[in-house]
Design a protein around this ligand. Structure first.
Ligand code: BEZ
Length: 211
């Protein structure tokens, strides 16, 4: 069954390039991003893993652990990681799940049979400290993901988790944010001392509150 926003991210045990894990235990009380790759030794995936590894420090700063998955075994991932370092200059610095029997891929509905019976699509799950799914994305095998965009999304999710705000189209950290419509103007004034610009009764912009 599909894993949807607000669901508890399914727990599992799996072998990874950094040893066996129990997912919830490994994740702990922080954030996590779980992303699937259709297959080892494939071109787009190779570039994606280098890009992800390059940004691990940024995910760390946000208390977000990274974990990848492909339906090949761990020994294959380990061999592939040499190529990834060669090509991208970045060593894969987070665990990669080996999922040859597709247990985790099935649990997270990462195999879309009308795309491929055997390979996963490019799924992304961002999971919050409460183990609930905060974001899902699905890309086809032919399109590499933008890991800077995933960081941007994480910034938005973390901001909304801490304040009654949402972020507008194309928002970047530091841009103004939207006050939750559930707040009255009086509540908004109290909560957001920098003030707000009431563009419409339902659209009130305020400077990013944690800056
Ligand atoms: C790729 O990463 O380039 C890829 C993955 C699966 C099938 C085809 C290509």
């Amino acid at each position: 069954m599909a894993v949807r926003l607000g669901d508890i991210a399914p727990d599992f045990t799996a072998d990874t390039t950094q040893g066996p894990i129990h997912f919830h235990e490994w994740k702990g009380n922080g954030w996590a991003i779980l992303f699937s790759h259709p297959k080892d030794f494939t071109p787009v995936c190779t570039t994606e893993l280098g890009a992800a590894a390059a940004l691990k420090g940024e995910f760390d700063k946000r208390n977000c652990k990274m974990i990848g998955l492909s339906v090949d075994p761990v020994e294959s991932h380990v061999r592939w990681e040499g190529d990834i370092k060669d090509v991208t200059g970045h060593a894969v610095n987070f665990p990669m799940i080996g999922d040859p029997d597709r247990t985790v891929a099935t649990l997270y509905d990462m195999i879309h049979p009308n795309a491929s019976d055997t390979l996963t699509v490019r799924s992304v799950f961002v999971i919050g400290p409460d183990n609930k799914v905060k974001l899902t994305l699905t890309y086809p095998a032919s399109t590499g993901r933008n890991f800077l965009e995933l960081l941007r999304v994480l910034d938005s999710l973390q901001l909304s988790a801490g304040y009654p705000v949402s972020t507008p189209a194309d928002w970047k950290p530091g841009d103004d944010v939207i006050i939750a419509p559930a707040l009255s103007d009086a509540e908004a004034t109290a909560k957001f001392p920098k003030g707000f610009d009431k563009k419409k009764p339902y659209l009130r912009m305020t400077p990013q509150p944690d800056r």
